[in-house]
Write a protein that binds this ligand. Sequence first.
Ligand SMILES: NC(=O)c1ccc[n+]([C@@H]2O[C@H](COP(=O)([O-])OP(=O)(O)OC[C@H]3O[C@@H](n4cnc5c(N)ncnc54)[C@H](OP(=O)(O)O)[C@@H]3O)[C@@H](O)[C@H]2O)c1
Length: 229
Amino acid sequence: MKISLITGANKGIGKEICRQLLAKDFFVIISGRNTAMIRDVQKELDQELKKSLALPLDISNDESISIAVERISAMYGSIDVLVNNAGLLGNTSGLLKMTEAEFHEIFSTNALGTMKMIRAFAPLLAKAKKSRIINVSTGMSVMEGLTSSHAPYRLSKVMVNALTMIAASELESKGIEVFAVDPGWVRTDMGGPSAPLTVKEGADTIVWLATEQVGVSGGFYCRRKRISY
Ligand SMILES: NC(=O)c1ccc[n+]([C@@H]2O[C@H](COP(=O)([O-])OP(=O)(O)OC[C@H]3O[C@@H](n4cnc5c(N)ncnc54)[C@H](OP(=O)(O)O)[C@@H]3O)[C@@H](O)[C@H]2O)c1
């Protein structure tokens, strides 16, 4: 059974990724920083608690990441799929109005958190025969469309895109493929109630890249198609 690790899986798109991967017979490590919520998700999605593990993990905290690596290493020895889904949107501030504290909070989760997860889990991904990292990005990071609203969020996700390309190049020799995905505008706490897509639709391309042999490593995908960064 292939082993997957999903960050920010206590709700929204992350929870739905877990649901879809379980349906495809993956073992799913349901991680998040809210321990009660990830346990509830595990009970809801895997009633017998045999195909999943609820793992506390705050991707902005070095110690939390180290503990997660040690636990997964001791329990399973390797992982096949890492989905870097956890993210924060923040408010609509542009460059001049955003505070540095706001920028640091969003950057340390979306950008640095994703980078730390890739660095920390690369050795366990390399131990699997062929493995994949899926970084959840956004259409708001596409270079041609960059505008000033949500400046910290856009800047952090531009780094996620760059990380995807750099990691794809560096990890190719270790048999690890790396993809970025724009899930579209999805009805979650982050996307809000007016978003046109369901979580099922938002998780679709992520799960497709995680489970099928379809993507070009380093590429950016939306609705099962390759798009430009
Ligand atoms: N919804 C959209 O329209 C949309 C569009 C484009 C891209 N995305 C991307 O899709 C991903 C999932 O978003 P969503 O819509 O499902 O949002 P969401 O419902 O707000 O979920 C975000 C998840 O990230 C977790 N998270 C935040 N900071 C974390 C940290 N430091 N460590 C671990 N987990 C952390 C949250 O945990 P807590 O509950 O503890 O805060 C939550 O589980 C994000 O990367 C987002 O940028 C979403």
